[in-house]
Ligand binder design. Sequence first.
Ligand code: CA
Ligand code: CA
Length: 364
Amino acid sequence: MVRHYPLFLVLVFVNEVFCLQSSCRGEQDSLPVEGAGGCGCGKLKRAADESGTATKDPADKYSAEANERTSGASEDGNKVQSQMVLIPGGEFLMGTDNPGIPADGEGPQRSVHVDPFYMDVQEVTNQQFQSFVGATGYVTEAEKFRDSFVFEGILSDSVKNQITQAVAAAPWWLPVKGANWKHPEGPDSSITDRLNHPVVHVSWSDAVAFCSWANKRLPTEAEWECACRAGLKDRLYPWGNKLNPKGKHYANLWQGEFPTHNSGEDGYVQTSPVESFPANGFGLYDIVGNVWEWTSDWWTVHHMTDHQHNPTGPPSGKDKVKKGGSYMCHKSYCYRYRCAARSQNTPDSSASNLGFRCVSREKR
Ligand SMILES: [Ca+2]
Ligand SMILES: [Ca+2]
C-alpha cells in the first residue's frame, strides 16, 4: 500500500503539524480563540478511507483476554511495564487565567476533582513498544501510511535530498517516506542505540492500543495536568515558576535559535533517554519536554468554569489533546512546556516529537 499525498494536502498536513506542535504562536497570541483555525489547526487529517487501514477502535483488538496472553504484565513483569506511581488526585486548579497562548484554550482556571490513579513514571520507550509489537504483531499507522513527519534538523542529507515537498511557512517539517517508530528519521535510521528513549511516530490510536495491551489507558487531560502540577498551585512548570532553577535544566527542551541552531545546552538536541532529568514532586519524569504526550480527551478551547468531577473532555471531536511540549519547544515559538499549555492533532497523526505514557486505576 502506497499512499500518495496531493501536494495541497501535504501543505496542509505539514502546516498543521507545524502549527499544532509548536508554532503559530505569533498568530495565536494576537488572535481571539476563533483565530486558532486561522493557522490551519484542526484540519490535519490523514485520508484514512484511502488507506482503508486506519484503526477505529484499537482497544477492541487488544482486549483483556488478549492482554492476559501477551502483555508484559502477565509474562515479563516489570521488564516491559513502566514503573507506576500513585497520583493522589483530589481538587486542583486546572488551566490558567494568565495564558501563555490564549487561543489554545489554556483558560479559564477552574476547580477540578480527579480520583486517585496510577501513572507511568516515564514516557513509553522504544523497548517497551518493541515488546508490544513483538507480542501482538501490531502495525502502527505511520507504517500503514508509509510516512511520517520528521524535523528537518535531525534528518541525514541523503534522506533530505530525496524529499521534494516543502512548505515555505514551516520548512523544518518534512514528510519522510519510511519514517516510523523503528526508523525515526527514515529508512537509514534505527532505534538500536536508543531503546530507552521515548517511542515516537505513534498515533493516538497506536497509543491506545499499547495502553490497552498493558491493561492501562491514556490519561484524561485533567489527570495529566493534575499529575504535571504535582500539588503545586499556580505554577508554570512542574517544579515551579523558574525555567532553570539555579541554572539547571529540568526538562529536555530547545536552547538556541529555532529552527536553525539547537545548542543542546541541556545535553540533548533530539529525544533523551527517559528519566534523564529530575522527576517532579509526584515522581514523574519528562512530564514536560522530551516528547509530547497524547491524552484521551477530544480537543476544545471552550471550558466550563463550573467545578468539574473527573472531566473527560467533549464527547466527540476531530483532534485529540496532547500535553507537555517536546525537545523542539523554545519560548520564542512554542511556549508549550507548561502544565496548562496544550495542543492538538488528529488521532492518526504522527511525528518525531510525539509519544505518550499510560495510566490505570489499579497499580500494574
Ligand atoms: Ca534539548
Ligand atoms: Ca513528555
